[in-house]
Design a protein around this ligand. Structure first.
Ligand SMILES: C[S@@+](CC[C@H](N)C(=O)[O-])C[C@H]1O[C@@H](n2cnc3c(N)ncnc32)[C@H](O)[C@@H]1O
Length: 285
């Protein structure tokens, strides 16, 4: 039996959905990437049991619960510890040791890191684990602070709890698992020490009135991780987010993205690739 893919909504249907979501329900979904929006609308219309996309569009007009369900479907929160092994290897072996050394030499009070779009905290705890171990091993006097933000309060609550399934931990080394996690059945909890080191707060990267995590007071980050988030947005919105991040990075600070988003950063022209084939960039074109 051959399976035919369901057709994606036409541009017109997608535009109608964007319009109804804003006009009737007050949800602004215009900024999402059009093909991601089309795929999400098609998937939601199937899950909602509608016969076709036109019928789904009509239903949205009078069904606020379905409008909320569509908004929820647009929030993709998948994450893993050490999700991009190459990027984290570079952070561990070059970027963070060099920065800690520079911090010690210059007498700067602390190294500042921001995980922007942190989901349930896997990325923020990964970098915190590396920094903690580097400090224990070679830079006892070094100080660092890690801020982690997301637009979803639900994800932030999960992050603060710090409980993870085995699937989240595929890239965690056994030594790290033993040292920094405690297991209860199939669940693994990140240690209190690492939980205490990360400041989680809500921050919407699209909010024009707020430039950096509220608790950080000022930006001036040495490292910002913004991974697997840009590609859900339209090109103009991606640039708006990158512009905000660039303004929060110190000159020469490092931005980490995902492999599939690296080209967007390279095209922007304000960042220099940190090395070949890695989605790491230095602030300063
Ligand atoms: C796919 S997850 C990626 C998590 C992690 N950075 C990683 O690479 O594994 C994307 C996260 O970005 C968050 N996000 C999306 N748009 C955002 C925005 N405008 N402001 C803040 N967070 C946002 C989502 O809520 C979600 O938790």
């Amino acid at each position: 039996m051959t399976h035919r893919k369901a057709p994606l909504p036409s541009r017109d249907v997608t535009d109608q959905v964007i319009d109804v979501m804003l006009r009737v329900h007050g949800h602004d979904i215009y900024g999402y990437d059009p093909s991601f929006l089309a795929r999400s609308i098609e998937a939601r219309s199937r899950t909602a049991g509608e016969a076709g996309l036109a019928a789904y569009g009509k239903r949205l007009q009078s069904d606020p619960a379905e409008a909320s369900a569509l908004v929820t479907a647009l929030g993709i929160h998948h994450s893993e510890f050490f999700r991009d092994p190459l990027a984290f290897a570079l952070l561990e072996q070059r970027v963070l040791p060099d920065m800690l050394e520079a911090q010690r030499a210059s007498g700067a009070p602390e190294l500042r890191v921001w995980s922007a779009g942190c989901a349930a905290g896997q990325e923020a705890y990964s970098v915190t684990l590396l920094l903690t171990e580097l400090c224990i091993r070679r830079e006892k006097r070094a100080r660092f602070r890690v801020f982690a933000t997301d637009s979803s309060e639900e994800q932030l609550a999960r992050a603060r709890l710090g409980r993870y399934s085995e699937a989240d931990l595929n890239h965690v080394r056994l030594a790290h698992l033993r040292r920094w996690f405690s297991a209860t059945g199939h669940e693994h909890r990140i240690s209190q020490e690492l939980r205490d080191r990360v400041n989680f707060s809500r921050h919407d990267l699209l909010d024009p009135d707020s430039c950096c995590p509220p608790a950080s007071i000022f930006g001036e980050f040495d490292v910002i991780l913004c991974c697997n988030l840009l590609f859900y947005y339209r090109p103009a919105v991606r640039l708006q987010i990158l512009d905000k991040l660039q303004r929060c990075l110190v000159p020469g600070g490092v931005l980490v993205t995902s492999e599939s988003e690296a080209q967007v950063v390279a095209d922007m022209g304000d960042f220099r690739p940190y090395g070949l084939h890695a989605p790491l960039f230095r602030n300063g074109g």
